[in-house]
Write a protein that binds this ligand. Structure first.
Ligand SMILES: NC(=O)c1ccc[n+]([C@@H]2O[C@H](COP(=O)([O-])OP(=O)(O)OC[C@H]3O[C@@H](n4cnc5c(N)ncnc54)[C@H](OP(=O)(O)O)[C@@H]3O)[C@@H](O)[C@H]2O)c1
Length: 334
């Protein structure tokens, strides 16, 4: 193969991503410059945050510009190298973008990390990538659950939520998930060991939470925001913690929607609600990856990956995150 296919951002989405948002271009496979390596990308990580990265507004990263390669995490192997730390054959992961070959290091501006021998590339994007690490720090550092407390997580059958709930189980919490189908709920209870799971499309979530959490909620790990956050606010115990990890129910909105109605509970119940971005914990990523590996090795953590085949599937597959079509971490195999 001599051609490098790239998917560029052509137009900003109004709501969901559409084909018109992207343009496919073909270029020769790049040669590495001094201090650079060329990676053949094997997997792309699809993340809800990508919807935020294409908004033309201030955020924790600059917006992807029209005509740029769509930003995304990726993992692959070095095929040509003039980089001292990345020999040919080495596994790497980083912000490789929607392209089949990526230049890393040197003047490319793309930082990549080695994937240790013995670690699957796909795990470097899921359990040991930002998904697992987000769950780890979100639960332990931000949520700070204690054994015996009740921990609720929304997006429970997704990449972050499924790991977050399992970590809270390891801590010794009663864990209740919230997810969008009966099948997802059965998976987190039967396979992951959650104590209960609420299908939020099947009825009143606040009422279901009261039933599933008779002693109230101590930690709510929020992946979705909106009405489900409002339902959680109604069931929080005094001095409870809300981990604001993500608010996917709002990511496709073109106008700001009203906030939750039960915000006064933050005052009366002395709640702490804290947002975080996983890169805040960059210096401690190795700690998280090591602990996650230990738990996985002990059989206490199940990592499910939803793999979609084909580079050109990426623009369509990303919408699975928004229509609930994925179970576990969503990845495209090139
Ligand atoms: N703070 C950070 O640093 C950080 C890092 C990574 C991810 N995140 C956030 O963590 C959350 C989960 O990310 P992920 O990568 O693990 O994705 P994911 O949970 O694997 O996939 C997204 C899931 O969100 C649910 N969803 C979509 N629209 C919804 C809506 N309107 N209401 C309720 N649920 C909805 C869907 O499941 P259902 O079938 O259950 O609806 C979908 O499967 C996202 O909010 C993401 O932005 C934050």
């Amino acid at each position: 193969m001599t051609v490098n296919r790239k998917i560029l951002l052509a137009q900003r989405p109004q709501r969901m991503f559409t084909d018109a948002c992207f343009a496919i271009v073909e270029e020769p496979i790049p040669e590495p410059g001094d201090g650079e390596a060329v990676v053949r990308v094997e997997y792309l990580s699809l993340d809800p945050a990508m919807r935020g990265w294409v908004r033309d507004e201030r955020s924790y990263l600059p917006p992807v510009q029209l005509g740029e390669v769509m930003r995304s995490g990726g993992a692959g192997r070095v095929v040509a190298s003039r980089h001292p730390l990345f020999p040919v054959g080495a596994g790497v992961m980083g912000m490789l973008g929607w392209q089949e070959y990526a230049v890393i290091g040197g003047s490319s501006g793309v930082r990549a990390n080695p994937v240790p021998d013995g670690v699957d590339l796909i795990d470097s994007l899921s359990l040991f990538g930002s998904t697992g690490v987000t769950a780890y720090f979100g639960v332990l550092d931000v949520g700070q659950p204690k054994a015996g407390e009740t921990f609720v997580v929304s997006g429970a059958a997704g990449g972050v939520g499924s790991i977050a709930g399992q970590i809270a189980k390891i801590v010794g919490c009663r864990v209740v998930g919230i997810a969008g189908t009966k099948e997802k709920c059965s998976w987190v209870v039967d396979e992951l060991g959650f104590d209960a799971c609420i299908d939020y499309k099947a009825g009143d979530v606040a009422e279901a939470l009261r039933d599933a959490c008779p002693r109230g909620v101590d930690v709510y790990f929020d992946n979705v925001g909106g009405d489900i956050l409002d339902a959680a606010l109604q069931t929080m115990n005094d001095f409870g913690r809300i981990v604001a990890c993500g608010m996917i129910s709002r990511y496709n909105d073109s106008e700001l929607s009203p906030g939750p109605e039960h915000m006064t509970n933050i005052v009366t119940r002395r709640l702490r609600m804290q947002g975080f971005i996983v890169i805040d914990f960059l210096a401690r990523f190795a700690e998280a990856a090591m602990q996650l590996a230990v738990w996985a090795g002990e059989g206490r953590l199940t990592n499910r990956v939803h793999v979609v085949d084909g580079f050109l599937s990426a623009p369509t597959a990303i919408n699975l995150l928004f229509d609930g079509g994925n179970i576990g971490k969503l990845v495209v195999k090139i």
